[in-house]
Design a protein around this ligand. Sequence first.
Ligand SMILES: CC(C)(COP(=O)(O)OP(=O)(O)OC[C@H]1O[C@@H](n2cnc3c(N)ncnc32)[C@H](O)[C@@H]1OP(=O)(O)O)[C@@H](O)C(=O)NCCC(=O)NCCS
Length: 151
Amino acid sequence: MSDSSSAPEAIPGESREAKAAAALSSLPADMELVLKVIPLPADVNANGDIFGGWVMAQCDLAGSVIPARYAKGRMATVAVNEFVFKQPVRLGDILSFFSKLVRVGRTSITVTVEVFAERFKAQGAYVKVTQATFTYVAIDDNGRPRPIEKS
Ligand SMILES: CC(C)(COP(=O)(O)OP(=O)(O)OC[C@H]1O[C@@H](n2cnc3c(N)ncnc32)[C@H](O)[C@@H]1OP(=O)(O)O)[C@@H](O)C(=O)NCCC(=O)NCCS
């Protein structure tokens, strides 16, 4: 009969490392690097992690890079179609924002944004922290939707 008390115990340090390794991601080959940024102490929330609203603002800016090539002028964010905080962003992380075109409509452009963190003492290893989908609308001088020129 087996004795569960004789089973090898997990070493806490090993377990943490295994979890950290499992969270590592490879960077997306089919997306464009549109922004890199490092959060500052002013961006921290009460938990000591980075405030989600700060991350959302950076994603909105990063997401606008590809649509700007289509709008060729004023545009506005009309929708955050999806936003998932997969892992916390920490002080000292270096964040890389990747984006990809999803759809060009009559007046709107939809993109996905994926954010990868290089932890403070683990540069070169990437953890996917956030994924989002945004829709932007080309607008005229009166703030009304205007058709996107097809080139
Ligand atoms: C952006 C804005 C000008 C669009 O005006 P509107 O009258 O709602 O425009 P429409 O209904 O004609 O939709 C325009 C386009 O947006 C798309 N759209 C509208 N609502 C959407 C939604 N919830 N999700 C995805 N796309 C949407 C439409 O499908 C359409 O795309 P298409 O022309 O490519 O088919 C207006 O909603 C606005 O000014 N919003 C505030 C923008 C803003 O302040 N953003 C910053 C927020 S912090």
